[in-house]
Design a protein around this ligand. Structure first.
Ligand code: PLP
Length: 974
């Protein structure tokens, strides 16, 4: 090492950044580059950097004055490497040097520092680094991994004498660096932690050293040295690189370790946040198993090096503010990197890359003499039937106790849980953190005291509340036994007695693996489970197959038309719902803020009972004579004002709105229809024709059939007429109707949502429907209200949206809430219009109005009444709107909050003056909200509104959780 040609950290560990004034920098620019420009000092560890501004105050370049400790050959290597990368990866932006007046990329300035200063002017890459970008999304982290891989690939064959140096950042020396500099850290406890972490990491790296390929590495591709374009407040994946100052010949995998270590400095990141980056790197530059195994230890080492170097640099260079700024982030990196045992992260990385070795099932002597046939296995996963009939309180650990007791009452000798299972009874209903729910062992609950016997010979090691039997290959840990054997035991010896009425957990692992917590998060589970073994074979039970279905989306794509898109690029597998919660197979509970269809909440027991009862009794079509269809029609009609007293029953909103249009067309004898912009009414031929939303169909406005006439979306927030001018939308719409009449094409009808759900829950301007309905009726057409989304009590103060507008339509279409998720739609109109439709023959829908759908429809109306859900929508919705509006005081991105009751829309803007829609931000915010346990989606033509329309049973705690999560995302970044 000491023989290297370039800089050697171990010989010269103190390296303060050179002192150069702004005036001197400007002088260099003028003399050597012919540029008259302002230079502004920029933070740096060891060099001196200046941003160079042109006359218009735009940054045009970066002036870099190298630390005199680095020689010209090293700098030449850096310039050459930048050039190699720029050629190999033309779509990357690279901070290559700009030639000086003499046409050279390196400038030697005598007298600037003691001796000759090496100066370069580098291309400035617009956008910004990822420092201060707040939370980094999986997409951005994947982008960092991809960038590191592309650079690694480009530099794979790059050779240069200037790479022969020994920098403190070169992780080959990381362990020595920590040892050499740790004394600069003041806090003795922190010193111990650093040394322990570095020793632990090095003990994993050392055996792999000979297997780690070396090459030229940038060695500092961190958040501070990658540049990303920004759209509003959202960073795109990085596509630019700067600062080749640490370029060295070292282990290729260090590149990735260093890149990903910087992810852990960002708020919201946890160790598993690096995985998208690892995967992305591996896809371009495959990691060997040894490299994969070295990656996390190198990352840990890197974070320790940063802290000791920072401590040293503060001593050497006390006035360097940049260092103090960085230290908080570096502490976070170190804490995150050491928050999970190294071996777990190594196993997790292997699992992520598909490099895990298969684990063998345990074969050993039995742990008990209880007959396996008298054991009962509890399934506590999201798909287990046990939750079907459970009360909401089931989602608390005591439910598992009840299940165990009940199994024992029915004859079980021993109740056993499942290894590797995400246990839903442990999942908190509202939690921003991924909960610790995945079992790393099994739990036993015996009917009578049971003696556990040693499955292998070994030593018994006792510690607080648990003991471990360590054999030659495996060890077994048991918690909460009443009696424990003494020290060494042989196979079959009594170990402990476990008593009834309580759980004892048993976990098994190869000797040397860390003892897992009883439950871990879904993110860390593949790591912990790879280091654990299913103890069930010790009980004479088969090990459970790994049923995690990673390929579900791929299978979906193969069989289900892809145009039926799914929420989220990487969606959780949701297999259960309850009230306003959704449960994933990974054992996470999400707050559901988008499901307006399940108006009563998910899996409502009264709906389930009704459905089961009716399916056992009768389900047929409405040509038969049965009571449910009559009663439901009566009850439905009774919710509407006169003359809306006659009901058609169908299966969906599309069918309902389609039929509504057909009624208007048939009864008026006309063919033209007026619709509003930004609308969605369904997928059938006619409803698609009146669907004008460009979010649902980018070509919507240019492809409407000639019988559709669109009036402008009456958007009083950002449309042509805003605020008090919004009344003019009605005048324009009326004028359009009059023009149609004048052109001899009077409309059959006008269709519109009565509160503008598709536009984000926006109220229509006061008087809008009154004026447009009047004009349409005057022209002989019919007023059609699409209440599919907004009706049925969601608006709180009003049961129907048209009540809010103080009008009565001629034809109303409804669905979604009507069946609480069961397919049930309806059209309600006047007797006169319904009768006139008979000119079209009879109307029949095989399942519309079936006994089952009517029975469900009746129960929905009952529950709405019995649980006062409309009242709840008013109360909780009012509170929610106030809280969301208050967020606007803190976060300028909140442009406004539309809506009423529990149909709200949080409109996000980049600028409150221009109202530039924050489209990319909204999408990224929704992704981050999911990570924090909230399901929420964008809506509106600009996809910049959080459509907030949860089940009407949402309570205040749920509303507050949503607001808190949104506040956090808007604060930390997305
Ligand atoms: C306002 C409106 N009308 C009609 C429909 C179509 O309903 P369905 O999906 O039940 O066919 C929708 C669906 O999103 C809607 O939002």
């Amino acid at each position: 090492m000491s023989a290297c040609l370039g800089f050697n950290f171990l010989e010269q560990p103190e390296l303060p950044a050179p002192e150069v004034s702004q005036a001197q920098a400007e002088q260099v620019l003028a003399t050597h580059y012919g540029i008259t420009a302002r230079a502004e000092s920029l933070g740096s560890n060891q060099d001196k950097n200046f941003l160079v501004y042109d006359a218009a105050d735009q940054v045009i370049a970066v002036l870099k004055i190298a630390n005199p400790a680095f020689n010209a050959t090293e700098l030449a290597a850096q310039d050459a490497a930048a050039d190699v990368i720029a050629r190999a990866e033309p779509t990357l932006r690279v901070a290559v040097p700009i030639p000086n007046l003499a046409g050279e990329v390196a400038t030697e300035v005598p007298g600037l520092l003691d001796g000759i200063a090496h100066v370069r002017l580098l291309r400035f890459l617009p956008g910004g680094t990822l420092v201060g970008a707040g939370y980094l999304s999986p997409r951005v982290v994947a982008g960092m991994g991809e960038l590191a891989a592309r650079i690694s690939r480009a530099l794979a064959d790059f050779r240069h004498p200037g790479l022969d140096r020994a920098l403190q950042w070169d992780l080959r020396y990381g362990h020595d660096v920590v040892a050499a500099l740790v004394a600069h850290v003041d806090d003795p406890a922190q010193r111990d932690r650093l040394v322990t972490a570095a020793d632990g990491a090095w003990s994993r790296i050392a055996p792999l050293i000979d297997e780690l390929p070396r090459q030229a590495v940038h060695l500092d591709l961190t958040d501070a040295n990658v540049v990303a374009a920004r759209t509003g407040g959202t960073a795109a994946p990085a596509d630019g690189i700067i600062d080749f100052g640490d370029l060295s010949d070292s282990w290729a995998v260090s590149e990735l370790a260093i890149t990903l270590s910087s992810v852990l400095g960002h708020p919201g990141s946890t160790p598993s946040s690096i995985l998208p980056g690892v995967k992305a790197f591996h896809a371009i530059r495959p990691l060997s198993t040894d490299e994969a195994d070295a990656l996390w230890p190198l990352l840990v080492l890197r974070t320790a090096v940063l802290i000791v170097s920072g401590a040293q640099q503060t001593v050497v260079d006390p006035d360097n503010d940049y260092l103090t700024e960085q230290s908080g982030q570096e502490t976070r990196m170190f804490e995150q990197a050491t928050s999970v045992p190294v071996d777990v992260m190594v196993a997790l990385i292997r699992a992520e890359l598909g490099l895990s070795r298969p684990t063998e099932d345990l074969a050993a002597a039995p742990l008990t003499d209880v007959d396996a046939a008298s054991m009962v296995t509890l399934d506590l996963s999201a798909v287990s039937d046990v939750f079907d009939t459970a009360e909401e309180g089931a989602y608390g650990s005591s439910f598992a106790d009840e299940l165990a007791r009940s199994a024992i009452r029915t004859g079980a000798a021993l109740v056993v849980t499942r290894f590797g299972e995400p246990n839903l009874t442990l999942a908190p209903l509202l939690s921003q953190d991924s909960p610790e729910v995945v079992a790393t062992g099994v739990a036993l609950w015996p009917a009578d005291p049971v003696t556990l016997t040693a499955p292998w010979p070994g030593d018994v090691i006792r510690s607080d509340g648990q003991f471990t039997l360590r054999g030659s290959a495996y060890e077994l840990t048991v918690t909460a036994p009443t009696e424990v054997a003494t020290e060494g035991v042989g196979t079959g010896a009594a170990l402990a007695t476990i008593t009834g009425d309580g759980w004892t957990t048993v976990s098994v692992r190869p000797v040397g693996s860390p003892i897992a917590p009883a439950f871990t998060t879904a993110e860390l589970a593949p790591g912990w489970l790879a280091l654990s073994r299913d103890p069930r074979p010790l009980l004479g039970l088969p090990a459970l197959p790994d049923t995690r279905s990673r390929d579900l989306l791929a299978r979906r794509d193969e069989s289900f038309a892809r145009v039926q898109e799914h929420y989220y690029a990487d969606p959780p597998q949701i297999e259960r719902g309850r009230r306003h919660y959704l449960m994933s197979t990974a054992g996470r509970v999400y707050l559901d803020m988008v499901n307006n269809v399940t108006v009563l909440g998910h899996a409502h027991p009264r709906i389930a009972d009704t459905a089961a009862r009716q399916l056992r009794r009768l389900n047929t079509n409405s040509r038969f004579n049965y009571e449910a269809v009559v009663e439901f029609s009566e009850r439905l009609a009774a919710t509407l004002p006169d003359p809306l007293d006659t009901v058609f029953l169908v299966n969906s909103g599309s069918e309902a709105s389609d039929l509504a249009l057909r009624l208007a067309i048939a009864v008026s004898g006309r063919r033209d229809v007026v619709a509003v912009g930004e609308a969605y009414h369904g997928w059938t031929y006619a409803t698609d024709a009146v669907s004008t939303s460009t979010a649902d169909n980018p070509n919507a406005l240019t492809t409407r059939p000639d019988w559709i006439h669109t009036v402008e979306s009456p958007n009083s927030f950002r449309g042509t007429y805003r605020g008090s001018d919004a009344h003019r939308y009605a005048l324009d719409a009326v004028a359009k109707v009059e023009r149609l009449v004048a052109a001899g094409r009077p409309p059959a009808g006008f269709i519109c949502e009565s509160v503008y759900g598709n536009a984000g829950g926006m109220a229509l301007p006061d008087g809008y429907l009154r004026q447009v309905y009047a004009a349409v009726r005057e022209a002989g057409g019919y007023a059609v209200a699409d209440e599919v989304q907004v009706g049925y009590g969601r608006l709180g103060e009003w049961f129907w949206g048209f009540d809010q507008q103080r009008v009565v339509p001629d034809i109303v279409s409804i669905a979604k809430s009507t069946g609480n998720g069961y397919p049930l739609g309806a059209v309600i109109t006047s007797r006169a219009i319904a009768e006139a439709f008979s000119s079209q023959g009879y109307f029949f829908s095989s399942t519309g109005g079936s006994p089952l759908s009517c029975a469900i429809g009746l129960t929905v109306l009952d529950v709405l009444r019995d649980e006062d859900l409309q009242g709840n929508a008013a109360r909780v919705g009012g509170h929610l709107k106030a809280e969301l509006t208050a967020l606007g005081d803190k976060h300028p991105i909140v442009g406004t909050v539309h809506g009423m009751g529990l149909y709200l829309g949080v409109e996000l803007v980049r600028d409150r003056e221009t109202l530039e829609p924050a489209t990319e931000e909204t999408s990224a915010i929704c992704d981050r909200m999911l990570e924090l346990g909230v399901v929420i989606q964008p809506t509106g033509d600009r996809q910049n509104i959080l459509k907030t329309k949860p089940p009407l049973c949402l309570d205040r705690a749920g509303a507050d959780f949503y607001v808190a999560a949104l506040d956090r995302v808007l604060t930390e970044g997305w």
